[in-house]
Ligand binder design. Sequence first.
Ligand code: FES
Length: 179
Amino acid sequence: MGSSHIDLTKRHTDKPTFSAEKMAEVQGYIQSYPEGKHKSALIRILHVAEEEFGGWLSIETMDYVAEILNIQPIEVYEVATFYTMFNLEPVGKHVFEVCRTGPCMLVGSDEIIEYIGNKLNVKVGETTADGMFTLKTVECLGACGYAPMLQCGKKFHEYLTKERVDEIIESYKEGKVPN
Ligand code: FES
């Protein structure tokens, strides 16, 4: 289940517009559904929109997606607010989503969350002052056998220890995706 509201104070100042490349990707998703069912491409398009517009979905972005799909904005808001995977406010360049569900908790996810928070000087839900990292907690990401773990973008980081967290943060700071 997702967050229950949209913060209307968080906005993009300009109307978002997909690059030609991203628009081609979006149109590809739309065309993969039959006429009258184009709305089924919504979640995939929202992922593209997050990638394209700074990692989060503003009201303007959601309205733009509604326009492309020829649906009501509320139909986009309903989906975007239901799923926690979508960010409805600005986030850092790298978003750490640390799993806090039972199997991860049993092997120390609480300690890892606290360690990351202290290291980055943020609380859960906050972004570092330099805009580099956001710390979030999430429910099971299906990698319980590799716990404790976190997801950052499309990458899973597993068997986390404090030393491993240090390495991961350093790599992202250096502009590399850690192994
Ligand atoms: S409980 Fe953490 S990935 Fe499943």
